[in-house]
Design a binder for this molecule. Structure first.
Ligand SMILES: [Zn+2]
Length: 79
């Protein structure tokens, strides 16, 4: 898996929609790539903050996840 693939899978990973094989490739890449590990960390932190805003929802609204995802993608491209 390459960094571009990580970016594509990120949203599904957060939604827990990756199949087992893809998820294991995804996690393998994160162990080897500091940049993607930092990216996921940023996304998870942002989602944690968002959970404080919507505490009654077990899962975040999909549109919130998408918004985080696009912000991160823009950030990622600027580096
Ligand atoms: Zn990477």
């Amino acid at each position: 898996m390459r960094c571009e693939d990580i970016l594509r899978c990120l949203c599904d990973y957060i939604d827990e929609e990756l199949d087992a094989l893809t998820e294991s490739c995804f996690l393998d890449h994160l162990e080897q790539c500091a940049r993607c590990a930092a990216l996921l960390h940023t996304v998870e932190k942002t989602i944690d903050l968002s959970r404080d805003i919507w505490p009654r929802q077990a899962r975040l609204p999909k549109k919130v996840i998408r918004r985080v995802y696009y912000q991160v993608r823009i950030h990622y491209r600027q580096r």
